[in-house]
Write a protein that binds this ligand. Structure first.
Ligand code: GUN
Length: 294
């Protein structure tokens, strides 16, 4: 039987509606409007498109948002100065520096400069540390969205073998740590696989829940997936397609057409994990604003 398709766009829309409702309450009760600041450095088209989508989501849920753009050759000091200004601005509750940054800017230095109280990306070492030891914190948006997708689809990771392919700071490491916690909605047995695995398929075939965050189009093929597994595809890859207006289309890290015949549930690309990242950013920013009145 083909897999259930997990509709990330629909689940993200529900979460954004919840944020919109709670934002209205925060305004009504405390006269606080959540504010999110974006810093976009350079002219990477994908980054520009992500920031635009995030800005539109802010508008929908009722936040004010502010985007500052800097040229690719701007100085690191300039970036740090902007972050400093937002750290002390009471109207800004969340700060997001769109990654990647140009090579001459030290990404770690920039992440470290963001106040942990405004770290709605969950990338600051304090946020990461709190996540690892199970304390409440801002959780990175894509992995938080993956957990939410599972739970809202009735899939409880407790006791399941989760295999994560990819070890990035943005997805692989945090999703492993989120699902490993001894906590409701988590409590999984987690394996993190990556490019150094001699036999990747022997690891992925053990997964009850397989999370692909590799960045290579259709790298997970049907023979790498156990019958009945849940498959979460984090990949967003452009592949040439002359039949489209743009000359390319988006595919995930999973060979969707073949794997959907074997999996019990699977996320599509697009409309799977992608929209959840934005929804969770809205949720994190709302929480940051709510904390200022508690
Ligand atoms: N680049 C790719 N994903 C992300 C993200 O979640 N946050 C930021 N700031 N940059 C990214």
């Amino acid at each position: 039987m083909p897999a259930t398709i997990i509709d990330g766009a629909a689940i993200a829309a529900t979460i954004k509606d919840e944020v919109r409702r709670d934002t209205a309450l925060l305004k009504e009760r405390h006269d606080v409007t959540p504010g999110l600041a974006f810093l976009l450095v350079g002219d990477n088209p994908a980054s520009r498109s992500y920031v635009r989508s995030k800005g539109r989501a802010c508008e929908y849920v009722g936040f004010h948002s502010h985007t500052v753009e800097r040229p690719a050759d701007c100085s690191e000091a300039d970036v740090l100065e902007q972050i400093d200004a937002w750290n002390t601005d009471p109207d800004i509750h969340g700060i997001l520096v769109q990654l990647p940054l140009p090579d001459h800017i030290d990404e770690n230095k920039v992440i470290n400069a963001i106040s942990p109280r405004k770290d709605v990306d969950g990338f600051h070492p304090i946020s990461v540390g709190r996540l690892v030891i199970g304390q409440e914190t801002f959780r990175p948006c894509t992995p938080a969205g993956i957990q939410e997708l599972l739970l809202r689809s009735g899939i409880d990771p407790s006791g399941k073998h989760v295999v994560v392919v990819g070890r990035s700071n943005i997805v692989g490491k945090p999703i492993a740590n989120i699902l490993l916690q001894k906590a409701p909605g988590a409590n999984a047995i987690v394996t993190v696989a990556h490019t150094a695995a001699a036999d990747l398929a022997s690891l992925t075939r053990q997964a009850d829940i397989l999370i692909a965050a590799i960045g290579r189009p259709r790298a997970i093929t049907a023979d790498m997936v156990k019958q009945g597994a849940v498959v979460i595809d984090v990949g967003i890859n452009q592949v040439p397609d002359a039949s489209t207006e743009k000359g390319y289309r988006l595919v995930g890290d999973v060979d969707f057409d073949a794997v959907k015949e074997k999996a019990s549930a699977i996320t599509p690309v697009p409309r799977g994990v992608g929209p959840m990242t934005i929804a969770m950013l809205m949720q994190n920013t709302l929480h940051a604003a709510q904390r200022t009145v508690r």
